[in-house]
Design a protein around this ligand. Structure first.
Ligand SMILES: [Cu+2]
Length: 141
């Protein structure tokens, strides 16, 4: 019985490892921020999928950088739900194409790996997003 329970425990952890996380694209967030994603920093594990939902219209997801060797996907369509599965550890930076100057950027950190932080800090973002990027990177250890 004890063996059986251990087996169940292990199976549960391996099977439920990959998770699906939802990030909303918003005109206004509950904290009063406008033109913003619901999460500034999504912390996930390798194999997890993030789905961005067009809760309010006029937004999309455009990746700017990610870990070494990662190929940047095509930007998502405006007003459409978009899903992406993360297979490499590291920091990913993305922005909303129409609101990139209004601070509509966010990070994904996979497996807690922040080794590409310096590279992310050199990526060109515009206007209000510059300050926000510094702030977000400052929140990573
Ligand atoms: Cu937007």
């Amino acid at each position: 019985m004890k063996f059986f329970l251990s087996f169940l425990f292990i199976s549960f952890y391996t099977v439920s490892f990959a998770a699906d996380i939802t990030v909303e694209m918003l005109n206004k967030r509950s904290d009063g921020q406008i033109m913003v994603y619901s999460e500034n920093i999504s912390r996930i594990n390798v194999g997890d999928t993030i789905t961005w939902t067009p809760t309010t219209k006029g937004h999309n997801v455009e990746f700017l950088t990610g870990p070494e060797g990662w190929e940047i996907p095509k930007r998502s369509k405006m007003n459409k739900e978009y899903s992406y599965k993360f297979d490499l550890p590291g920091i990913y930076l993305y922005q909303c194409t129409p609101h990139k100057g209004m601070g509509m950027i966010a990070l994904v950190v996979v497996d807690g790996d922040t080794s590409n932080k310096e590279k992310v800090a050199t990526v060109k973002v515009v206007a209000k997003s510059k300050k926000k990027l510094r702030k977000l990177l400052g929140q990573l250890k």
